[in-house]
Write a protein that binds this ligand. Sequence first.
Ligand code: IMP
Ligand code: MG
Length: 211
Amino acid sequence: WSYLGCRSGIKRKSESCTKNNTRAKIKKEVRLVMDINKLKILFTEEQIQNRIKELADEMNNFYGNDEVYAICVLKGAVMFAVDLVKHLNMPLKMEFITLSSYNGGTSTSGKVNAVDISLPDLNGKNVLIIEDIVDTGLTAKFLLDFLNCNFHTKSTKFCSLLDKKITRTADVDADYYGFEVDDKFLIGYGLDYDGYYRNLRYIGYVDKDDL
Ligand code: IMP
Ligand code: MG
């Protein structure tokens, strides 16, 4: 009972202290909820899942029964990685790292922030990096350089659900990608706007003026 009492005490205190903050937050949330009505669907759940099965077939053919370390780049790639690995048949281990290059907005900061990049020994292993989208390519380049500097892998493959080839500045290419996309700010199926919308089962876009 003391735990509950303590929690509600804190809540009451913080509520009274941050009334203005809360009001601003609610206003922001209302704006975000309204924006979802302006979302234009680019890839439906069915299209995404069908393409994932095709990618998995290619990977099953390539790796055969060889062990794979699948590295999911959080947070954006979480949905894609989870759905993709369900169709992979080889012995597989999943690893998770967290990188960020957007600061909550709709364009990259130009710097890759390695929030958590702890990995096991990948020497002699088949490494499959799983990303949500390659945009400028800075994140992909950073990660590939990092792996190159630290490990002698058996193979390193980069897989991204989406590929914005048109905005590429770094010299990198995905070995596997689901769909090529235009220079639009995409949300859903792991991709976020200010942390929201990752939970959508489809991928859509909002015109930048509507954000
Ligand atoms: P890059 O380093 O510019 O290639 O950007 C890579 C990261 O930026 C991705 O892993 C995403 O997390 C994020 N990103 C790029 N484009 C979009 C988008 O259209 N919507 C949401 N996130 C994006
Ligand atoms: Mg990402």
